[in-house]
Design a protein around this ligand. Structure first.
Ligand SMILES: C[S@@+](CC[C@H](N)C(=O)[O-])C[C@H]1O[C@@H](n2cnc3c(N)ncnc32)[C@H](O)[C@@H]1O
Length: 308
């Protein structure tokens, strides 16, 4: 007898039984739980963004100094637009990069995951650690266990100008000096301090060559946030040849003239013409399909002129 030839009441009974069968219930629970997990993951990630930027508690801002030399920063009330665009520095909050740059970081993370671009995530210039902490949160939220987040910083502010390309103003800014223990403490409070987070302390010109000595992996995502010509240059000449094909680089300080000049000098020296994508009013990113062979001759002469 075919299903169609059953009387309507029997069909209703069969459908009812199958809807309430243990298998149907089990499937429904699974679909619901996947759905809920997706919702909870998005909620966690969004809450993390708002928390590290200080948007959650609408914390006050330091008005970034007009000149790098200015060491007295003015405290002003919370301004949502500025915080979204990363145009102020939160008095309380773990990152100054703003919401749009964290949204972009999530997009790039999803991109390297979707394309299975191998390698770790690294931030050079971490301040209170918020953007790096967010990257560790992304790994956690997506159950990614084969990538590590590296934080590279002096944990003592910016260096004095050692090459003649910058001025000394940045090194005088006390608010940019955040000790390693304070950053680790923040990771601990967020329950994100574990073996998938590595800290590398020292000025880039010392810590990055040391990093290269022990690091045997690749880099899938690089965040550059060192403000100065020399910091930007030190990052590029120590890390770009460690990138996986297709890896992406975020340049937080593109709108700082010396930083942009350092980037363009590097592009010119290596005949690179990457497509630059603007994230907000300050930051950009680009991805590199092909490996780059570093012109170490250029970097050697740059280093030779350095005063310590
Ligand atoms: C603008 S803050 C970084 C902001 C951070 N990414 C965030 O999420 O808020 C710049 C950081 O870069 C670090 N830095 C800049 N140049 C450096 C260098 N040459 N060596 C080590 N650290 C450096 C400073 O210590 C400071 O923590």
């Amino acid at each position: 007898m075919s299903f169609r030839s059953l009387p309507p009441i029997a069909i209703y009974f069969v459908l009812l039984m199958s809807a309430y069968s243990p298998l149907a219930w089990c499937m429904r629970d699974k679909v619901q739980s996947v759905h809920q997990h997706g919702d909870l993951r998005a909620l966690y990630i969004n809450t993390l963004k708002k928390s590290v930027t200080g948007i959650l508690l609408e914390t006050q801002s330091y008005q970034p100094a007009a000149s790098a030399k200015e060491s007295q920063l003015r405290v002003v009330p919370f301004q949502r637009e500025k915080r979204i665009n990363g145009e102020d520095w939160p008095v309380q909050g773990l990152s100054m990069v703003g919401l749009k740059r964290l949204d972009n970081l999530e997009t790039l993370f999803n991109h390297i995951e979707a394309l299975k671009i191998p390698g770790d995530l690294i931030e050079c210039g971490v301040w209170r650690g918020g953007a790096s902490l967010f990257m560790r949160g992304l790994l956690k939220a997506h159950g990614v266990t084969d990538r590590t987040v590296h934080l590279v910083d002096s944990f003592d502010g910016l260096p004095k100008n050692s090459t003649g390309a910058d001025d000394d103003g940045w090194s005088e800014m006390e608010v940019l000096k955040v000790p390693l223990e304070a950053v680790q403490g923040a990771f601990e409070r967020y329950e994100l301090l574990d073996r998938q987070v590595h800290f590398h302390k020292g000025y880039f010109r010392d810590s990055l060559p040391a990093f290269r000595q022990f690091f045997t992996g690749r880099i899938a995502l690089l965040r550059m946030d060192g403000d100065m010509y020399e910091s930007t240059t030190d990052i590029l000449y120590n890390l770009v040849d460690l990138l996986s094909p297709g890896a992406c680089i975020v340049v937080d300080d593109w709108e700082i003239p010396v930083c942009q000049r350092a980037m363009k000098d590097f592009f010119a020296t290596h005949s690179l013409e990457p497509t630059i994508h603007h994230i907000d009013t300050t930051a950009v990113y680009f991805c590199l399909e092909d490996p780059v062979k570093l012109n170490m001759g250029w970097y050697d002469s740059f280093n030779a002129k350095r005063v310590t």
